[in-house]
Design a protein around this ligand. Structure first.
Ligand code: MF3
Ligand code: CO
Ligand code: CO
Length: 279
């Protein structure tokens, strides 16, 4: 006799429930996330003046296919590219196009690769040739914001501890934290519960438990935190047109802290920048 499962009984959609993953899932996430990290590593020599973001998009697509992966953004909610490329005052969700990168630009490249249904989501800043000290400093503050957020992850704490730590640090550096986008649960779903805010109060939000998997992806501005969306429906820019930067890791909560699934195997988590790295 054939039995059927009610599809709605275990829907693969965001129901607001926070999923706790087992060891096999952690292994699946390690594979997807390490492929994403290697893809970001492989972009370092490509990001040069004169290169178009479309060429970066093609590289990410080819890398994915060559590694048995699928870019999660391709045809996601009407998005038609394999990567987001966010230059200078673009906060996030920049769409690759045929405009060449220029010396002095800073570009966030955000890659999500799917392997066996698991999503590995990460982004880094890439300098295009030499960049201004203010741009380099923003990238440094943003990378440190991410790592300080990761340091706040521990079972028994609350997700608000992450945002509180990031906000205190970034604002202390006279930068601002974007409020309109957040980190997210991730796994077989690209964007799942819980939301991970990059600002807020300690002890707010759901308790962190071993087995949770989510991203932390602070967007930090040199000016004010406010953003607007361009008429393409995707590109988010700073309202005051000041520089914005973002770094993103996918992490899993463990009994003792967390595992950074998207760590660069080549130590290129801050590509092209030689500022001292926070562990
Ligand atoms: N990778 C982004 C994130 O960190 C999401 C991009 S969705 C897209 O969550 F449709 F804009 F590509
Ligand atoms: Co993300
Ligand atoms: Co991302």
């Amino acid at each position: 006799m054939t039995t059927y499962l009610e599809a709605e009984a275990n829907p693969i959609r965001n129901t607001g429930v926070i999923r706790l993953y087992d060891a096999a899932a952690f292994e699946g996430m390690r594979r997807a996330c390490q492929t994403t990290a290697r893809c970001l590593d492989s972009l370092v020599p490509l990001v040069q003046p004169g290169v178009t973001t479309e060429a970066i998009d093609a590289h990410v697509y080819d890398f994915a296919v060559a590694n048995g992966a699928l870019p999660a953004t391709l045809n996601y909610r009407g998005y038609t590219k394999s990567v987001c490329t966010s230059i200078n005052h673009v906060v996030c969700h920049g769409i690759p196009n045929d405009k060449p990168l220029r010396e002095g630009d800073i570009v966030n490249i955000d890659v999500t690769l799917i392997i066996d249904g698991w999503h590995g989501d990460a982004s880094r800043m890439y300098p295009v040739g030499p960049v201004k000290r203010s741009a380099e400093r923003l990238c440094e503050v943003t990378y440190r914001s991410l790592m300080i957020g990761i340091d706040a992850v521990r079972a028994g704490g609350h997700v608000g501890d992450i945002g509180a730590a990031i906000q205190a640090y970034a604002e202390g550096e006279r930068c601002s934290v974007v409020r309109d986008f957040c980190g997210h649960g991730v796994g077989k779903l690209f964007h799942d519960a819980p939301n991970i805010l990059h600002y807020g109060q300690r002890n707010d939000g759901p308790e962190m438990k071993p087995g949770m998997i989510f991203t932390i992806e602070p967007m930090i501005n040199l000016g004010r935190p406010h953003v607007k969306i361009l008429s393409d429906g995707w590109t988010a820019v700073t309202r005051d047109r000041t520089l914005s930067a973002q770094y993103e890791h996918t992490i899993g909560v463990t009994e003792t802290g967390c595992e950074i699934f998207t760590k660069s195997p080549a130590g290129l988590d801050t590509p092209g920048f030689d500022f001292a790295m926070a562990a």
